[in-house]
Design a protein around this ligand. Structure first.
Ligand SMILES: [Zn+2]
Length: 205
């Protein structure tokens, strides 16, 4: 018997994840760079993210140096394209109002209304490889999340950077950049339920 697929999330109807989609109009456009191996491994969390945000582009590649789609976007955003990636020169985002130099740097980013946020969706090892191969990514200003965020991602421990899934990292970074603590919370809540849903299938197997 052929398995019927959901036209939206392209998963078998029994495991359709569309009810976990939270439609949110993000002010800052998001670009997700996905490793080719991650396409079959992501268990639907990136589908969830891409369908939830109003402005989200997913590009699949490993070495992005010559990736035309990304390079066109980088040419458009120029210095206003920011990569969320743990790095010694990364600017740490925060909700604090302390007036130090890092804070001034961060305020400059937040007050600019034509920025875009880039994230890498891959295992930590693959993300590092993608970064090292892609000269165009190395040139970007890096941002990182403050410590202390707890992950609700129970399915794949190995696929996370800083312990967070791409969906969670994206939500937290957007809420910090848009200075809005509540806006992305419904997405996180639905993500928790999505995890429970996936776990219920794992237990049955
Ligand atoms: Zn669906």
């Amino acid at each position: 018997m052929s398995r019927l697929l959901c036209p939206k999330c392209h998963r078998p109807l029994k495991t359709c994840i569309c009810r976990f989609i939270t439609h949110i109009s993000n002010d800052i456009p998001v670009i997700i760079l996905q490793h080719p191996n991650e396409v079959t491994q992501s268990k639907g969390s990136l589908t969830l993210l891409a369908n939830s945000l109003s402005q989200c582009t997913v590009i699949i590649d490993e070495d992005f140096s010559q990736n035309e789609q990304l390079n066109q976007l980088l040419a458009h955003y120029k210095e206003q394209a920011y990569l969320l990636y743990p790095h010694k020169q990364a600017i740490a985002l925060s909700f604090d109002k302390f007036n130090n130099s890092a804070k001034n740097q961060e305020d400059k980013i937040i007050n600019n209304n034509n920025i875009c946020l880039i994230l890498i969706d891959a295992t930590w090892k693959k993300a590092y490889r993608m970064f090292m191969l892609s000269k165009n990514l190395q040139r970007l200003t890096k941002l990182q999340l403050p410590d202390g965020y707890q992950s609700h991602y129970k399915i794949r421990k190995t696929s996370v950077i800083n312990g967070l899934s791409t969906l969670e990292a994206c939500c937290y970074a957007l809420s910090l950049l848009e200075r809005n603590k509540k806006k992305y919370q419904p997405m996180i809540e639905n993500f928790k339920e999505f995890n429970q849903f996936l776990l219920s299938f794992q237990k049955r197997d």
